[in-house]
Design a protein around this ligand. Structure first.
Ligand SMILES: C[S@@+](CC[C@H](N)C(=O)[O-])C[C@H]1O[C@@H](n2cnc3c(N)ncnc32)[C@H](O)[C@@H]1O
Length: 340
């Protein structure tokens, strides 16, 4: 059977892409050194969707039908419905958040209950109602099955995060990106996390690096409240959190930072002047943006360069990564640059 071989660091993202496109076969993945090989239904399509992957021939072990979502659903859905089924869902702690396509809406309860059966870790199934919106970038959810709650404790990168998935922004898909940033942090750095939400970046950096001081600023009072709780939950004492608009808090702080994170891709551009005001020579800024494939990374670089020009500063673009997909052919991109 054909398999798709990717490095371990790309495994989570690959798994999400294969599931979202209905390409994962019902077999167990195989670990080979620092690579993971996923069983795939159509190797050519899978390879096209996953960058830096290789198609290999392998013998995969079958997963018992009663333990796969498709296996359970075989008895509950028609052949046509099964063919349409693309099981895209995120897991945050004990909550699964489903995206259900229009044609499958009448089967969403069956889908949700089947999810509870195959994964004992999942206690609640919710459904996304629309995209992220408003200043707080939150998303409405509808209860489908299990325990009717929106609050859970999520584990990633060696930290725990208590979150309400409806009142605070959080994406479990960004764990690899948080790890990437944490791995760049050098001992004794002073790090500013703008738009810190419930504190995932703050907690991972404060807990997993030797940063001296990590500062988070968040405007959503619920997000800030969870972030404060998460510092306690993770026994973190090298971080400070502020509730309010970064445009008001940062000038008041009047501090300079070694590293600044700007994880608000929808409008980070509007906050570049504020980030630059807290920068000094050598500060590294991680600027997030949503870009069409054809504009990566130029459109973000133009925004950065024009902000630097406005502020009579110079910068050097270091690197960029695609760290998520927002819509078909529209990606979340992070451009890392250094202030000179
Ligand atoms: C995309 S979310 C990222 C949250 C968090 N960093 C994470 O990765 O889970 C952006 C966050 O920025 C916050 N936000 C939006 N405008 C803000 C502002 N002017 N000042 C501070 N926070 C803001 C929102 O409430 C939201 O929590």
């Amino acid at each position: 059977m054909k398999g798709l071989k990717v490095s371990l660091k790309d495994a989570q993202r690959t798994k999400e892409i294969l599931h979202a496109n209905g390409l994962m076969a019902d077999c167990k993945a195989i670990k080979e050194g620092s690579f993971l090989i996923f069983p795939v239904k159509t190797a050519a399509n899978a390879k096209k969707l996953v960058k830096n992957s290789e198609v290999v021939e392998k013998k995969f072990e079958k997963i018992e039908k009663s333990k796969t979502l498709r296996g359970i659903l075989e008895k509950k859905l028609t052949k046509n419905e099964l063919d349409m089924l693309k099981t895209s869902f995120d897991v945050v702690g004990t909550i699964a958040i489903l995206e259900v396509e229009k044609e499958m809406e009448k089967k969403e309860k069956v889908l949700a209950e089947s999810l509870l059966k195959i994964n004992p870790r999942i206690k609640t199934v919710l459904k996304k109602e629309g995209g992220h919106g408003g200043e707080f970038r939150v998303q409405r959810m509808r209860f489908l099955a299990g325990d009717d709650t929106r609050e859970t404790i999520h584990r990633e990168n060696g930290i725990q995060l208590k979150i309400n998935v409806e009142t605070v922004y959080f994406s479990s898909r960004l764990s690899t990106e948080r790890k990437r940033i944490a791995e760049l942090v050098k001992p004794n750095e002073k790090v500013l996390v703008m738009f810190s939400g419930a504190g995932p970046y703050v907690c991972v950096i404060a807990k997993k690096t030797n940063a001296k001081d990590v500062v988070g600023v968040e405007i959503n009072p619920e997000g800030h409240r969870y972030a404060v709780e998460n510092l306690l939950l993770n026994k973190i004492n090298n971080a400070r959190l502020y509730l309010g608009d970064v445009k008001e808090i940062i000038p008041k702080l009047n501090e300079k930072f070694d590293r600044i994170l700007m994880p608000l891709p929808k409008s980070a551009e509007d906050f570049l002047d504020t980030a630059l005001s807290a920068s000094k020579k050598g500060t590294i800024v991680h600027f997030y943006d949503f870009l069409e494939e054809k504009d990566i990374p130029q459109k973000a670089v133009e925004k950065i360069e024009s902000a630097c020009k406005r502020n009579k500063m110079k910068c050097k673009i270091l690197h960029y990564v695609k760290c998520g997909q927002n819509a078909p052919r529209n990606y979340r991109v992070c451009v890392d640059f250094e202030v000179e």
